[in-house]
Write a protein of this length. Structure first.
Length: 379
């Protein structure tokens, strides 16, 4: 983590660009109602990067889709809460009203650019369409702007590449095209859903640098969805840790990495190569149709006590730093959070599996490492 990131974090001022309050997103199925996102809160300020982390199935992507209601409805719907963007509650807006905001003031970058780009149209046609959809410009002017955008995101010979089809571009080039489309209208908020997952580490580093540079240029707020804690350490100002549709911990990237407070956050960090003991996070996510009472992580937590399994999710309590909050009974007034340091017994290592570099808890059938997430923090 470099000094530029710290300075940006320390100097954050003014009202949030986005305020998500008690957001609940559900999906009606034949088996019952899936509670994908269940009462979460977080904010994003202009020029700030907020990373939402957690293993697969934690509700990260549904959270990002709920902001502009990109999910299919029905079966999906926002059951409760608000999504206030620049003073306007998007959760109360119609589909037509949201269409004017998507791509113009809030843009998305998706995980799989090959799936997001239409294979039968050139990248130029798709980029020009995005520009003309939100701007009153002639086609020739839109084409000129498209060439400028492709050059800005680092695509060489941009005017020639404009006539290429998606299959003619590498994975990294396709992702750059998606970034150019997302930036076409200079959005105030950019939502990036695991945009580097399918890329090799060299291209991943280039994309992350590109996003940082473009953020400084446009003063965008960024929501970055990932399960890769190495990426989080690289780009985040603040971190929101999600598990089973709930927020477990939130705070500055410094506080969360230096003083992880929730047992789930600790377990995720121990999954990084060179950290903690060898073994995965035992168990699996609870049933989203019939989630348990109390803390959703209790059945997998080596520190769980009876109070963890009753009532509602524990209220947020202050942890290590200013704005650092954790949802854990051990941080309540009558409890002692130091128990999280004293309790021994790594139940993960007792399972006999080798810890992976993943934060989704996955191992292959032999228990050998599938892949690593990469790196420690920048100093």
């Amino acid at each position: 983590m470099n000094t530029t990131t710290k300075a940006r974090t320390d100097s954050r001022r003014g009202d949030p660009l986005l305020t998500v309050d008690n957001l609940r997103t559900v999906f009606d199925t034949d088996d019952g109602q899936v509670q994908a996102v269940d009462g979460i809160d977080f904010t994003v300020h202009p020029g700030e990067t907020v990373c939402i982390v957690g293993e697969s199935g934690s509700g990260k992507t549904v959270t990002s889709e709920s902001i502009t209601q990109l999910f299919k409805s029905p079966p999906g719907s926002i059951a409760d809460g608000s999504v206030v963007f620049d003073g306007d509650d998007l959760a109360a807006r119609s589909e037509e009203e949201l269409t004017d905001i998507r791509g113009a003031r809030i843009s998305h970058i998706f995980q799989n650019p090959q799936g997001a780009l239409n294979p039968v149209y050139t990248v130029g046609w798709q980029l020009i369409e995005a520009i003309q959809l939100h701007q009153d410009v002639e086609k020739d002017d839109a084409r000129e702007e498209a060439v400028d955008l492709l050059s800005r995101v680092g695509i060489p010979e941009a005017s020639a590449r404009l006539d290429d089809y998606p299959h003619e571009l590498s994975g990294g080039m396709k992702q750059r095209v998606m970034i150019a489309m997302a930036l076409a209208c200079q959005p105030d908020l950019l939502i990036a859903d695991e945009p580097t997952t399918a890329l090799d580490v060299t291209i991943q580093a280039q994309i992350l640098r590109l996003l940082r540079d473009l953020q400084e240029e446009f003063e965008m707020g960024i929501i970055f969805i990932t399960h890769d804690l190495g990426v989080v350490a690289e780009i985040a100002d603040r971190v929101v840790v999600m598990y089973a549709g709930k927020v477990m911990e939130r705070g500055s990237v410094y506080d969360v990495f230096d003083s992880p407070s929730h047992p789930y956050t600790k377990a995720l960090l121990e999954c990084l190569p060179g950290h903690g003991s060898l073994g995965g996070i035992p168990g699996s996510l609870p049933d989203p149709i019939d989630p348990p009472e109390g803390c959703r992580f209790a059945d997998r937590c080596p520190y769980a006590i009876e109070e963890c399994r009753t009532g509602a999710q524990p209220a947020f309590e202050s942890a290590a730093g200013d704005g650092h909050e954790v949802s854990c009974v051990h941080y309540q007034t009558a409890d002692d959070p130091s128990v999280l340091e004293r309790v021994g017994g790594d139940t993960a290592s007792e399972s006999g599996t080798q810890r992976t570099g993943r934060t989704d808890g996955g191992t292959d059938e032999s228990g050998k490492q599938e892949r690593t997430t990469g790196g420690g923090r920048r100093e």
